[in-house]
Design a protein around this ligand. Structure first.
Ligand code: RP5
Length: 169
């Protein structure tokens, strides 16, 4: 049987999926059960608000919301739940994500959204941040996070060694 999702990954459009897939990949690595949903603050506001308000009741602990342009998804979701909401501004549009960054990060006092970087790095970090929050009460995730960082370190060390071996000057 499939494990019940603890992270809800929301995005405003199917066009956000390639970027938000980065978050899904990380949750997969850490074996954190998640659910992906497409729902827009503007195009499907009622469904978006239901997803947000019902999330805690069905065992979701953290919501990641990615949206682009006038990106109100993370803020609207945060207004309907007290679960931590992590926002990811999507790139693209005439302003290439700067609009989404401002719309996501500039929340009025009272309704926080933990906003990540624009695009793939933001989606990846949103998932890692979610795992870090879960690790506060799940020691096996803390151990996996430490190993993940060790592997990043080793990977970079190897890349540096390769660079040194192939440098002519
Ligand atoms: C936002 O508008 C979505 O999150 C997406 O990033 C952007 C453009 O949506 P599409 O026109 O590509 O569906 O709501």
């Amino acid at each position: 049987m499939k494990a019940a999702p603890v992270v809800l990954l929301m995005m405003g459009s199917d066009t956000d999926l390639p970027t938000m897939q980065e978050a899904a990949n990380i949750l997969g690595i850490f074996k954190v059960p998640y659910e992906m949903r497409i729902s827009s603050a503007h195009r499907s506001p009622v469904r978006t608000m239901s997803l947000a308000s019902e999330a805690a009741g069905r065992g979701i602990k953290i919501i990641i919301a990615g949206a682009g342009m006038a990106a109100h998804l993370a803020g609207v979701v945060a207004s309907k739940t007290i679960l931590p909401v992590i926002g990811v501004p999507m790139p693209g549009g005439a302003l290439n994500g700067l609009d989404a960054l401002y719309a996501t990060v500039q929340m009025p006092g009272g309704i926080p959204v933990a906003t990540m970087a624009i695009g793939r790095a933001g989606a990846k970090n949103a998932a890692l941040f979610a795992v870090q929050i879960l690790a506060l009460s799940e020691p096996h995730l803390a151990a996996l996070l430490l190993r993940y960082r060790e592997e990043m370190d080793k990977d970079l060390e190897q890349k540096d060694a390769d660079l040194q071996a192939h440098q002519d000057v």
